[in-house]
Design a protein around this ligand. Structure first.
Ligand code: PMP
Length: 505
C-alpha cells in the first residue's frame, strides 16, 4: 500500500508492551474474500489497475451529441473571491522590504477555492440550537442528521480493548486496517450481494471524507456531475473542491423527490462525467424503487457515465421499501461505479468517523494515495469499533429502525395537520422534507417570512424549534426535519409548530 507507515519495531527503544493483536494488522488472501456466485465488482472488460480511465478532453459517450451546458449548481459568484473580510489585521509576521510584487494586497488572504465553500448549513443550525439550549432555552432540534441512540455496547467494548493494544497506538496502513477491509468486503456481500476485494476498499474518516475523496479521484477541472436535488448540502461543495461542476436535477414533491431518466438525460452534456445517486436520500428520505434504480443505472451504463452511489442509509427503509445497490442491479456499471458507505447511521456511530469507498481498484488506489498525504489512517480505535459493528448482527439497527418508523408516522401525521404544510411520506433515512411554500408571505406571530431561510429563523425564535431551510439543499421553499430525536421531544416540537403555524394567515 503506498504511503503507509507501519513501524515494525518500537522506534524509541521502549518495550512495545504485550503482544498486540496482529489480527488487526493482517490481511487475508484476496481471492478468498470473493463470495462465490456474486457479481464481481470492477472486473468489466477493459478494467485496468491504475491507468487513467478517460481521455483528458472529457467523457464523450458513444452516440451522445454535444449540447448546451445545463445550468450549474449554486451561484458561481458565491463567496467573495477576495475572501470576504477586508484585510485590517495586517500580516502576522514582518514583511521584508524586498517582498516581491506578487505579494500585493490584491492577493486573497484566503484562497478563492476555499473561500467559496459555504458553511455546512446543517451543522450550523445544529450548533445554533445547541448554543441556545446551553444558554437555557428549551430548544428542540430537528436539525441534526444523527441517531439519538448510543453506540451499541459491544462496539464500545471492542474500542476499549483496542485502546489497550500498543499496535493500535501507531500508524497503520493509510487505506485502512486489513481486518476492517475484510469486514467491509464481507458486509457488502452480505447486505448488498456485491463482491469486492480488499484492494477495492478505502477506509475513510466518515462518509463525508469518502464523498470528497471519491470526487477528487474521479473529476478533472470542468467535469460536470449530475446532482439530483434536493441534495445533501455537502455534495456540491465536495464536487467544486475537486474542480468539478455540480449540475442540479430538481425533483419536487409531486414526483416523490425522485428524478427520472428523462430529466437526467435532459441535463447531460458532453462535459458530464458522473451521476451522483443516493437512496434513501438525505434530505428527503425518498427511496427509489428497484426498477427505477435499475433504469437509471442502465442509462448511466449506456451513456458512459460514472456513478457515485451513496448507500449510507441502506438499512433505514420503512413500509416494505428496499434500497438495492445499483452496481448489483446493473453489473455492467460496476467498473465505473463508486459506492460510499459508513457506520455512522446504521450503528449510531456518527462521532467515531468511519466510512469507506468501495469501487474500481484504480480509483480506490488514487483516493488512497490522496488520503495518505491528507490524513493517513483513520483512528485505529474507531476502526476496531467499526470491525465489531460490521461483523456483528443487525439487531441494533433493527431496534432503531422500529423507533424511527414510529417517529416517522408521528411527524408526518402531525405536520399534515398544519394548514399550508405539505409533507410527503418518506420511505427511508430519518428525515421529512415538507414544503412550506404556502406559508411564505403570510404573517406568523406578526412576522412574515419571504423565504424558507427566514421561515426557519422565525420558527427558531418564536417556537424554539430548529429546522434546516431548503436553501441548504438546493430547493428553497422547504425545510428538512430530522426525526432522529426522542418521541417526547418530537411530539413537543411539532406541537409547538402546530400552535405557531396553526394561526398563520
Ligand atoms: N452521505 C449522506 C447522504 C449523509 O447524510 C451523511 C451524513 N449526514 C454522510 C454521507 C456522511 O456521514 P459521516 O461522514 O458521518 O459518515
Amino acid at each position: 500500500m503506498p504511503g503507509t507507515e507501519v513501524p515494525s519495531e518500537p522506534r524509541d527503544g521502549r518495550s512495545a508492551g504485550p503482544a498486540p493483536s496482529q489480527e488487526m494488522l493482517r490481511g487475508t488472501p484476496v481471492a478468498g474474500s470473493i463470495a462465490p456466485g456474486l457479481p464481481v465488482y470492477g472486473t468489466a472488460p477493459g478494467a485496468r489497475d491504475s491507468a487513467p480511465e478517460r481521455a483528458p478532453d472529457g467523457v464523450r459517450a458513444a452516440g451522445s451529441r454535444p449540447r448546451d451546458r445545463a445550468p450549474a449548481c449554486g451561484d458561481p459568484e458565491r463567496g467573495s473571491p477576495d475572501g470576504g473580510a477586508p484585510d485590517t489585521m495586517g500580516p502576522m509576521t514582518a514583511v521584508s522590504p524586498s517582498e516581491p510584487a506578487a505579494q500585493s494586497p490584491a492577493r486573497s488572504r484566503v484562497s478563492r477555492r476555499v473561500a467559496a465553500i459555504a458553511e455546512s448549513a446543517t451543522l450550523a443550525v445544529d450548533a445554533k440550537a445547541k448554543a441556545l439550549k446551553a444558554a437555557g432555552k428549551p430548544v428542540i432540534g430537528f436539525g441534526a442528521g444523527e441517531p439519538d441512540f448510543p453506540t451499541p455496547d459491544y462496539v464500545v467494548e471492542a474500542a476499549v480493548a483496542a485502546c489497550r493494544q500498543p499496535a493500535m497506538h501507531r500508524y497503520t496502513p493509510a487505506g485502512g486496517l486489513p481486518v476492517l477491509k475484510e469486514a467491509i468486503v464481507a458486509k457488502t456481500a452480505r447486505d448488498s450481494g456485491l463482491a469486492l476485494t480488499p484492494a477495492q476498499v478505502l477506509v475513510t474518516n466518515g462518509g463525508k471524507q469518502a464523498v470528497y475523496e471519491a470526487f477528487a479521484a474521479m473529476l478533472d477541472p470542468g467535469d460536470e456531475v449530475l446532482v439530483p436535488a434536493p441534495y445533501w448540502t455537502t455534495y456540491p461543495e465536495a464536487i467544486r473542491l475537486a474542480g468539478g461542476v455540480p449540475v442540479p436535477v430538481v425533483a419536487d414533491e409531486e414526483s416523490g423527490y425522485l428524478v427520472s431518466v428523462a430529466q437526467l438525460e435532459a441535463a447531460r452534456t458532453e462535459r458530464t462525467k458522473v451521476l451522483l445517486f443516493v437512496s434513501p436520500s438525505n434530505p428527503t428520505g425518498a427511496v427509489y424503487p428497484p426498477d427505477q434504480v435499475e433504469a437509471i443505472g442502465r442509462w448511466a451504463a449506456e451513456t458512459g457515465l460514472w456513478v457515485l452511489t451513496d448507500e449510507i442509509y441502506e438499512h433505514l427503509t420503512y413500509g416494505g421499501a428496499t434500497a438495492p445497490s445499483m452496481p448489483v442491479l446493473v453489473p455492467e456499471l460496476a467498473d465505473r461505479c463508486v459506492v460510499v458507505n459508513g457506520v455512522a447511521k446504521t450503528y449510531a456511530m456518527t462521532g467515531w468517523r468511519v466510512g469507506w469507498i468501495a469501487g474500481p481498484a484504480d480509483v480506490v488506489k488514487a483516493a488512497t494515495n490522496l488520503q495518505s498525504h491528507a490524513t493517513s489512517n483513520v483512528a485505529n480505535v474507531s476502526q476496531a469499533a467499526a470491525v465489531a459493528a460490521l461483523t456483528g448482527d443487525l439487531s441494533a439497527v433493527d431496534e432503531m429502525r422500529t423507533a424511527f418508523d414510529r417517529r416517522r408516522k408521528t411527524i408526518v401525521s402531525m405536520l399534515r395537520e398544519i394548514p399550508g404544510v405539505a409533507c410527503p411520506e418518506p420511505q427511508g433515512a430519518f428525515y421529512v422534507y415538507p414544503s412550506v411554500k404556502a406559508l411564505l408571505g403570510r404573517p406568523i406571530n406578526g412576522r412574515t417570512a419571504s423565504s424558507s431561510a427566514e421561515f426557519a429563523e422565525i420558527v427558531l425564535e418564536e417556537a424554539e424549534v430548529a429546522v434546516v431551510p431548503g436553501e441548504a439543499f438546493g430547493t428553497p421553499g422547504y425545510v428538512r426535519m430530522s426525526y432522529a430525536l426522542g418521541d417526547d421531544d418530537l411530539a413537543e416540537g411539532v406541537g409547538r409548530l402546530q400552535r405557531l403555524l396553526g394561526s398563520a394567515g
